[in-house]
Write a protein that binds this ligand. Structure first.
Ligand code: GLA
Length: 698
């Protein structure tokens, strides 16, 4: 069955994914309206539905049927996804259908304004191996002389079937508390999810999921969308009093205007969406598979066990100290050693040095080569922390180029963490950033960069530029471009995305990076909730998770080493503790746990993830990979001393038999599915267990 079907009489398209379909039609007024997003339909069924979609209402609500891109213009009163103003002051658009292209899973519907030289194209892309539908918009100024002002240009609007009510799932947070899942009723109102920070943000994430209030982890209809953009963004959810639920989203926040020069085309980021009948768990698994198949650059690689120096040494890094950490890291089985902040310029704290990307001569008298060589000699890869988008005012770079930062005339330059944002939308600043990164990677045999960005934009001006708000788009594009060039020139280089922890986690950055530093909060109890939220969209292989010291630096909570490892093993495992203070027993235990992780790593990183519902304080995840199922279960506290009941593993095959290679115990699949796996958790708080089950026969 071809993925794109067209019915010319009704001007209706039916897009088909392996188990869902999506339909749009062009009405007589040449407006593209939504028909269906959900279970698979035949063309005949889609046509039946198209006839049924409501037409115009009363004079107070003159436009009927939700639009695929909600424009400003005419009797439309909902949140617009496209707002333009032409040179003569006219606002809004009136559509004339201008044809379409359909090829290889991609549909482009072209719309022209009836009077002005504006061409808008709605793009759709479907894949044979995914239920994710990718959508984006291009706007083109076809005039030869005059600019067009763009006040809003969203990637897409999405529409739910009319139902009595909906629930929205979204992620909230802050520094040290990212990705906390919230579920709330969709209000009959406009609800805005946004970042005005120039970064994706810790506070909200451009991922949403919708259900009618009845879905669960493993059952029910769920619609979910995610925007592939790492700068400011806005998604406006609108439920009107008639019960129509739509959301429109794209890059940029409210109040920005972009001038589209004669002949210029602006392309939005992809806004991806999927539908499933398998609940929130199936939605996440569909996202994970999509990320692996269509977003990541190196999905088939196993992420190495990483060591990072940040919590161990802070800014206090030097050659001898890092070599001592590296020696111990290698001993316990670490595969990638990353030196964090403090290695360059006069960077002995937050106040200075950012921007001066040459090794600090007191700390590294012979440069970074001896450390890089030693790390490689120990059999590990070598990584470095960088923050290319930022500068301390106390730096040689800022003294030489004070105009390179985001700033405005007659306004202060607000410092956050003693730093300012470099305007990478400027070609000269971007060229400088690319040049030193390229040199650094080349000259020091760098295998991995942790690319950080530790503050949001303020006073985001670009003096002298005719269209200064462009920086909100161009800065992010420039980050993408620099990463793309580094990848092209250094095929072995891997990059971790970081923004004060998980402040830049989205599908856009994931197309250029291999993993995300999930949160600066490494407390394993807090991490359980953070990882739960993160896993809604992102697969375990991109979830950076370190084992650090106890008591935890952020929460002062004391937890056993084993518990810390078991929580971090649910992602791309790393170690971030001060290994020079770990006892021989601790190093031995860490080495054993890392060896265990390496054994289960193909399942964790390349398997299919299940968030398992435990009893009481028990949380667990399971990863299915070929004939193996790996369970990680955590119980932070044990109210009344009760042992949690068996953990049901409904993803297993009830006809099969499974064996735990560590204990030799065998279980029938039917018992594991219906009654569950007895966990035998150790006594007391912060108990955890890792169980591997191998299918042995049918
Ligand atoms: C940010 C990161 C940390 C660490 C510091 C270094 O906060 O999230 O992991 O790299 O910067 O200054």
């Amino acid at each position: 069955m071809p993925p794109l079907l067209y019915e010319p009489r009704r001007r209706l398209w039916l897009l088909r994914t392996p188990s869902t379909s999506y339909a749009v039609r062009i009405d007589e007024d040449d407006v593209v309206r939504h028909v269906h997003w959900g279970a698979d339909l035949t063309m005949a069924q889609a046509l039946e539905l198209a006839e049924r979609t409501p037409a115009a209402g009363s004079s107070f609500d003159a436009v009927g049927g939700a639009e695929e891109l909600a424009v400003e213009g005419g009797a439309r009163f909902g949140p617009p996804g496209l707002q333009v103003r032409f040179a003569d002051g006219t606002r809004g658009v009136e559509w004339r259908y201008a044809g379409h292209d359909a090829d290889d899973g991609c549909l482009s519907i072209h719309l022209d304004d009836r009077h002005y030289p504006l061409r808008v194209t709605l793009h759709y892309r479907v894949h044979e191996d995914s239920d994710v539908i990718e959508r984006w918009t291009t706007v083109e100024n076809r005039d030869e002389r005059l600019p067009i002002t763009v006040q809003r240009c969203d990637s897409a609007a999405w529409t739910l079937p009319c139902r009595g009510g909906y629930r929205v799932s979204h992620l909230v947070g802050g520094w040290n508390s990212e990705f906390r899942l919230r579920r709330s009723e969709v209000a009959t109102a406009e609800t805005v999810f946004t970042s005005r920070r120039g970064m994706t943000s810790h506070h909200a994430n451009p991922w949403l999921a919708f259900d009618d209030g009845t879905a669960g982890e493993e059952h029910g209809e769920v619609w979910s969308t995610a925007l592939a953009w790492s700068g400011s963004w806005r998604i406006t959810l609108h439920r009107d009093p008639a019960g129509r639920t739509t959301w429109t989203g794209g890059h940029g926040h409210e109040g920005l205007t972009w001038s589209l020069a004669p002949g210029e085309t602006l392309s939005t980021p992809v806004f991806a969406g999927l539908f499933t009948t398998g609940g929130f768990g199936a939605a996440s698994r569909a996202w994970h598979a999509y990320v692996a198949r269509h977003v990541l650059r190196h999905p088939g690689e196993l992420r190495p066990v990483l060591y990072n120096s940040w919590e161990a040494t802070g800014f206090d890094v030097d050659e001898a100290g890092q070599m001592a950490l590296a020696a111990r890291a290698a001993r316990i089985g670490v595969e990638l050693f990353v030196m964090d902040d403090g290695w360059f310029g006069r960077r002995d704290g937050e106040h200075a040095g950012l921007g001066d990307w040459t090794p600090n001569p007191d700390r590294f008298p012979h440069g970074l080569r001896p450390l890089s060589a030693e790390v490689h000699r120990l059999g590990m890869r070598f990584g470095l922390w960088v923050e290319p988008e930022m500068v301390n005012p106390d730096s040689d770079l800022y003294r030489a180029h004070p105009d390179w930062v985001l700033h405005m005339p007659n306004r202060g330059r607000t410092e956050l963490r003693n730093q300012l944002v470099l305007n990478l939308a400027r070609p000269d600043t971007a060229a400088w950033a690319h040049a030193w990164l390229d040199r650094l990677v080349t000259e020091h045999d760098i295998d991995f960069l942790k690319w950080d960005a530790n503050r949001p934009f303020t006073e985001a001006g670009w003096p002298g530029h005719a269209d200064p708000d462009r920086l909100w788009i161009e800065h992010t594009r420039s980050v993408y471009e620099i990463m793309d060039r580094l990848h092209a020139d250094h095929p072995g280089l891997r990059i971790e995305a970081c923004s004060g922890g998980g402040g830049r986690a989205d599908l856009g950055i994931l197309a250029r990076t291999d993993q995300i530093w999930t949160s600066d909060n490494t407390d394993p109890v807090d991490r359980i909730a953070i990882q739960h939220g993160f896993s809604q969209l992102f697969p375990a292989q991109v979830m950076g998770a370190w084992v650090t010291d106890s008591p935890n630096v952020a929460t002062a909570r004391q937890t056993p080493l084993r518990f810390r490892f078991h929580v971090a093993m649910a992602g791309a495992l790393g170690v971030g503790g001060d290994l020079t203070t770990w006892t021989e027993d601790e190093l031995k235990e860490a080495a054993e746990l890392i060896a265990t992780y390496k054994r289960v790593r193909p399942a964790v990183q390349h398997g299919t993830a299940y968030r398992l519902t435990g009893e009481g304080a028990l949380t667990a995840v399971g990863y299915a990979h070929a004939d193996r199922f790996v369970v990680l279960a955590w119980c932070p506290s044990r109210p009344y001393g009760h042992q949690p009941g068996p953990l049901r593993l409904t993803a297993l095959d009830p006809r099969a038999t499974y064996r735990d290679p560590d204990t030799g115990a065998t279980y029938s699949g039917a018992v594991l599915v219906r009654s569950g796996l007895p966990l035998h958790l150790p006594e007391g708080d912060h108990a955890s267990v890792l169980v591997q089950l191998d299918r042995i026969e049918d």
